[in-house]
Design a protein around this ligand. Sequence first.
Ligand SMILES: NC(=O)c1ccc[n+]([C@@H]2O[C@H](COP(=O)([O-])OP(=O)(O)OC[C@H]3O[C@@H](n4cnc5c(N)ncnc54)[C@H](O)[C@@H]3O)[C@@H](O)[C@H]2O)c1
Length: 411
Amino acid sequence: MEPLRYGIVGAGFVTGFHLRALEQVRGIEVAGITSRTPPHELAASARDRGLGPCTVYDSVAEMATEVDVVCIFNPNHVRVEVMEQLAGSGAQLRGLVCEKPLARNLAEAKRVNDLAKQIGAPTAYFENQIHMGLVQVARTQLADVASAMGPLALARSNEEHAGPHNAWFWDPTLQGGGVLSDMGCHCLAVGWYLLTPAGKPPRHLEPVSVSADIGLLKWGQPHWRQQLLDRYGVDYSKTPAEDFATGIVTYRDPDTGQTSKAQFTVSWMYDKQGLRLLVDGIGPGYALEANTLRSPLEIFIGDEAATAVADAELALEKATASRGLLAIQPNEPDLYGYVDEHRDALAAFQRGVSAFLDFDYGVEIVRLTMAAYRSAEERRVIDLSDTAELAALDEYVPLIQQGRGAQVLTP
Ligand SMILES: NC(=O)c1ccc[n+]([C@@H]2O[C@H](COP(=O)([O-])OP(=O)(O)OC[C@H]3O[C@@H](n4cnc5c(N)ncnc54)[C@H](O)[C@@H]3O)[C@@H](O)[C@H]2O)c1
């Protein structure tokens, strides 16, 4: 079978991760790439690794007519712009892929989804964590137990690190908010999925209500605020974003009427070795738990040897230390589910259908994220069965995203 030809938009951090994942996937060729600054070095590296010709294009529209699938891996504030360029290109695509989040708010997410339908290509919303082997294997292992005893009643999902790597992530008007927009989308998806009974589609459980709380616990303090200003030119005394968020989503199973809850916690103030994903689930008489900071491989580097370490991130995404006891994950693209999300998209697009998680699903994750912001902003539980509340969410843009975060965040 002919390989599926990818054209990638954006050549930053996540594209690097995806290229490492694609080294482990057969049947996909990286045919092209386009980015704001021409990514010749990354393209050459992709070619050296045998990933495909990886031709550098000047524009999204130019690339789109030369590839089968367009992967949107650039910043959140240009989602609609990229989709409009694709729709205007007249390209006949076999697939559209979009990294999380689908957009910054519901109006944008719906526009992205409408444009995808106009283009007429199957879609894949890339939420890598649902494809993580440890999530999938836990569900497979527990499928019989859950069917005998009942499904998980409580899922908890955390994603934390010490803060993003590029200025636009910290700017709430560009990124969509702070850590809730950036990483809450992962945890909302994972919690929902963990509670979903085996064999049911990812949107089977109905979200009933959302309550959330947010804070600016570290990066609003004068020392850290100054560091943000010096390093990224972002001023959290004027346009702050949250560096901590937590909340609970309540779900109802439409088949059984059973209620379950997913709790999420995300932060950009986790000053430990590096990125930590933590999930657990509690069912009647059984449980699961996973922590990506635990690895069978540990390395210790003492102070005298520390000068030999060139790059802390060789050990782990968002690593903050290059000495001491380091947690090492040798194959992060696989651990975090990037490899399997490409395999899933490939299998689906070859059949002419959307992936396990499509753009419609991406819109629902944005809806939950907006409900969480609104809950935190207005200090109340958001009732998702209330049609007036849902209509208001469609238009809602969080104060933090508007650059008015000082009204809701006190450092
Ligand atoms: N799944 C995950 O865990 C994960 C991790 C990191 C990032 N992401 C997502 O991936 C996306 C990109 O994040 P990143 O970390 O790679 O960001 P980044 O800042 O490292 O890279 C962004 C890239 O996009 C390019 N770019 C900027 N504006 C552009 C435009 N208008 N048109 C074309 N290219 C443009 C930049 O030049 C750069 O190459 C974001 O949506 C982010 O949420 C997901």
